[in-house]
Design a protein around this ligand. Structure first.
Ligand code: FES
Length: 153
């Protein structure tokens, strides 16, 4: 059975003169729909865009916001860049890990939360900074970690 997003790929191929140009918007759209990019999905994308699968895999791997395995319904990124580190990012991460019972890079067994480190999120004036499903939160002092788990998106 063909992937349901094949129509998007065909539309993007018409919109962009080069298949490479359609790759990022297509991967983004698929991830928004499916939550992550499986190896099978990447292979299908390569076929649909007439690109080498290694090209598609390398692009998906380069951008850390493309998930190569399933993630939780709430994805938390904690910035560990220097300004955030100086303002307690490590303690924030440790509190989240202890509370959730997972390490950074993991997802809770119930699929509720995934926790990731991030390099500078370009909001240093809000340090320490986190993102919840890509929405900025900051400053988030370590003792306020539970707010990241309760806030609406
Ligand atoms: S170092 Fe955290 S936002 Fe820049």
């Amino acid at each position: 059975m063909k992937p349901h997003w094949q129509t998007w790929a065909e539309e993007l191929k018409q919109e962009f003169p080069r298949a490479h140009s359609a790759l990022l918007p297509l991967l983004h759209r698929i991830q928004t729909e499916e939550g992550w990019l499986s190896p099978e999905t990447l292979a299908d994308v390569a076929t649909l865009l007439d690109l080498p699968v290694t090209t598609v895999e390398s692009v998906a791997s380069f951008y850390t916001l493309f998930y190569k395995r399933p993630v939780g319904r709430r994805v938390i990124h904690v910035c560990v860049g220097l300004p955030c580190a100086l303002k307690g990012a490590d303690a924030l991460m440790h509190r989240l890990e202890a509370h959730l019972g997972i390490r950074q890079g993991q997802t809770t067994p119930d699929g509720a939360v995934s926790l990731f480190e991030a390099e500078c999120l370009a909001a240093c004036d809000l340090a320490p900074v986190a993102q919840v499903n890509l929405r900025y939160r900051g400053p988030v002092p370590p003792e306020a970690f539970e707010a990241l788990l309760k806030e609406d998106e």
